[in-house]
Design a protein around this ligand. Structure first.
Ligand code: ZN
Ligand code: ZN
Length: 313
């Protein structure tokens, strides 16, 4: 990779030598994280200039948060118009600028950049900012869900996560798969919980589906069509509506939460899929048909069945 004078100058300004031939010791120390808001020594920040001679342009305002000493890895931050911060990591390979750098982002969709050898890192940064704006509605929808409901899974959702499992009540939850391109449309959803609780919710969803209004938020729509409110973190403790597995007595097992529930309305005991499968497999009275095993609930002895966990296939 060619290192321009501007880039070398930037490196010196940061106390980092980017010239690979002269700075082996600096390189050995690895990259450097830059203090927030203090991306370069100069008050008039004009760092990270492009590697293209006369048409040199600068990233402004400066958004560089990390560079490694070889100037091979650069992390830039960007803010969407709702004030959320995002990072893009650029990895410049030996063929740069004939080939674009590898771009790593935390997006729910593919980040495909357009690149010609005359392109610059500023062009990529601008495409990154445009992509942030195109995903704004999706993150708004997900943020509202994360703030106002009890998200059971994923435990710490990333910006790329399109799935949420939300608690509705005791051992009842809804699993949503949101389309990042159409975040206010009806998402793919399925319910988890005992049949006697889940069936009425399914019926409501089917009957009220036509009321779905893309002009109101995803969460508001869910409330309307399910005719229910979602318990929020603010008012309920996790233990108020989550129960440990009746077999291993844990809540989280290898990242999974108890999502199999005994269908008997007086029992309703939850189990991990793996625990229940193993339990039923060990019972001589159980029988298996294809990938489903049928047996009795360890608590109430009523019939219960479980699908073989995909991990076991
Ligand atoms: Zn378990
Ligand atoms: Zn039971």
């Amino acid at each position: 990779m060619r290192v321009t004078r501007e880039e070398a100058g930037f490196g010196v300004a940061r106390g980092i030598r980017f010239d690979r031939r002269t700075a082996p010791s600096a390189r050995a120390r690895g990259g450097r994280w830059l203090a927030p808001g203090r991306c370069c020594a100069s008050a008039r920040c004009s760092c990270l200039r492009t590697a293209r001679g006369p048409s040199t342009r600068a990233l402004s305002p400066c958004r560089v948060v990390y560079v490694d000493t070889g100037l091979n890895t650069i992390k830039l931050k960007g803010e969407d118009s709702c004030g959320r911060q995002h990072l893009i990591t650029l990895k410049l390979n030996a063929k740069y600028p004939a080939e674009p750098p590898d771009c790593c982002v935390d997006f729910p969709v593919e980040f495909a950049i357009s690149w010609i050898p005359q392109s610059s890192l500023v062009d990529i940064y601008n495409q990154f900012l445009a992509a942030l704006e195109s995903l704004k509605e999706f993150w708004n929808a997900m943020d509202e869900i994360d703030e106002k409901t009890w998200v059971l899974e994923p435990e710490n959702p990333t910006r790329s996560a399109t799935m949420r499992r939300i608690a509705i009540g005791n051992n009842v939850s809804i699993n949503l798969e949101v389309d990042p391109r159409h975040p206010t449309m009806l998402p793919e959803c399925y319910f988890l919980g005992a049949d006697h609780v889940v069936n009425p919710l399914r019926t409501k969803l089917n009957n009220n589906m036509h009321l779905w209004d893309p002009d109101i938020t995803l969460l508001q729509n869910l409330k309307e069509v399910l005719e229910t409110d979602f318990p929020s973190r603010a008012v309920l403790e996790k233990t108020d509506f989550t129960m440990d597995c009746g077999i291993c007595y844990a809540y989280r097992l290898d990242g999974a939460i108890p999502d199999q529930v005994c269908g008997d309305s007086r029992c309703g005991q939850p189990f991990h899929q793996a625990c229940l499968f193993e339990w039923l497999q060990g019972l001589p009275s159980s029988r298996q048909s294809f990938n489903v095993i049928f047996g009795e609930c360890p608590y109430c002895n009523k019939p219960i069945s479980v699908k073989m966990s995909m991990k076991k296939l």
